[in-house]
Design a protein around this ligand. Structure first.
Ligand code: NCD
Ligand code: ZN
Length: 357
């Protein structure tokens, strides 16, 4: 039995308030614990989005009643909430800025709308950017101009990881995360070969898009530039994914650790690196407290197939259905109490703590 510290996932879409048919604070924290994740940072693109004191309270009230693991909630940057967001910073995980289009209403196109946030948001709390390709180059320039840390969400392209590497070498305060799906799922041939129905176009829709094998290889070749692994757990129901207008996003909380442990077994990654990118670096970047008496027990030798039917997420599917993996979470202890054991979530609703209180 292998003992790991509790994992921190800095990029989770909880869906509450507003879209609890996809997920809520109860199911998402069950999925987290089942995946060996003991702390989640929740994204603000809910309905309504979390962007001021009253919407922050709305999310935190639900979380307080329902969360089974520890958490903090991001604020979203809007066109005119820079003062409010800066004032609320100590109560939030950080500020999320959507600079490219994706699921939800929060998007800042015009760079003049970025400026007040970069000026006002306190430098000891992170600004997380959804910024792809050339938008990412602009975001990194902003980090340099305003001399403040930024964290780039879900890096997926070779040009992106190389740009971040170069910026780090010049001392720009930039960190980044990569999602398992961008490490393990290259974009499929288009159109899909016959028989690929279960992994159809709608199910494979995600932002950033799945990239080429060359991009995937570049991420693996630059593991030292990647600060964190984050799931971007973005649950949508199967009916929604298989509809004519599929929303982008994959669930990921329950497959993160098994996929990474399989990579460790294949010697593509070291266990030290896994702990660095799933615990130590996110704690440092997002200024998070240690969780005392918290650990995950893993059976490294257990081989099995990923099955949506075994998952706790409400969305009911996984892009990794049928994948053969090695490494199973047996037990999770959170702040001295057994929170998950042998397939059962034992932490009750409300046990989770807001780490920004
Ligand atoms: C996310 C979602 O569904 O909220 N979707 C996604 O494809 N990643 C939004 C996002 O993180 O961009
Ligand atoms: Zn996301």
């Amino acid at each position: 039995m292998l003992k790991l510290p509790g994992l921190i996932d800095p990029h989770v879409h909880v869906r509450e308030p507003g879209q609890t048919h996809k997920e809520d604070w109860d199911t998402v924290t069950q999925a987290a614990l089942a995946g060996g994740v003991t702390m989640i940072l929740a994204m603000p693109n809910t309905k309504p989005p979390i962007f001021n004191a009253s919407t922050l309270d709305l999310a935190l009230d639900s979380a307080k009643r329902k969360a089974r693991c520890d958490y903090a909630q991001f604020l979203g940057a809007g066109p005119d909430n820079a003062d409010a967001a800066a004032a609320l910073a100590p109560r939030a995980a950080g500020l999320k800025m959507y600079l490219d289009s994706t699921f939800g209403e929060l998007r800042l196109d015009d760079m003049t709308l970025w400026m007040p946030h970069f000026q006002k948001f306190p430098k000891d709390y992170p600004i997380v950017l959804h910024s792809e390709s050339r938008t990412m180059a602009a975001g990194i320039l902003f980090a340099a101009l305003y001399d403040r840390p930024v964290h780039i969400a879900h890096v997926s392209l070779k040009e992106e990881i190389l740009l971040i590497k170069a910026a780090k070498e010049r001392g720009v305060k930039v960190t980044c995360e990569v999602c398992p799906h961008h490490l393990f799922l290259p974009s499929p041939p288009s159109p899909l070969p016959p028989g690929e129905g279960r992994r159809g176009e709608g199910r494979l829709t995600v932002r950033p898009r799945l990239a080429t094998q060359q991009d995937v290889d570049a991420l693996w070749d630059n593991l030292d530039v990647i600060d964190c692994f984050a799931t971007d757990h973005a649950p949508h129901t199967l009916a929604e994914k298989d509809s004519d207008n599929p929303p982008p996003g994959f669930p990921g909380l329950e497959t993160l650790l098994p996929l990474l442990l399989t990579a460790v077994a294949l010697r593509r990654l070291t266990l030290d690196d896994l702990i660095q990118k799933c615990v130590i670096n996110p704690r440092k970047i997002f200024n998070l407290p240690e969780q005392p008496e918290t650990w995950v027990e893993v059976d490294e030798t257990a081989e099995y197939e990923i099955r949506a039917a075994d998952q706790f997420t409400r969305c009911g599917w996984t892009p990794f259905e049928g994948w053969k993996i090695k490494g199973k979470v047996r037990k999770v202890v959170l702040r001295g109490r057994t929170a998950f054991e042998d397939g059962k979530v034992l932490a009750e609703q409300g046990y989770g703590r807001n780490v920004r209180l």
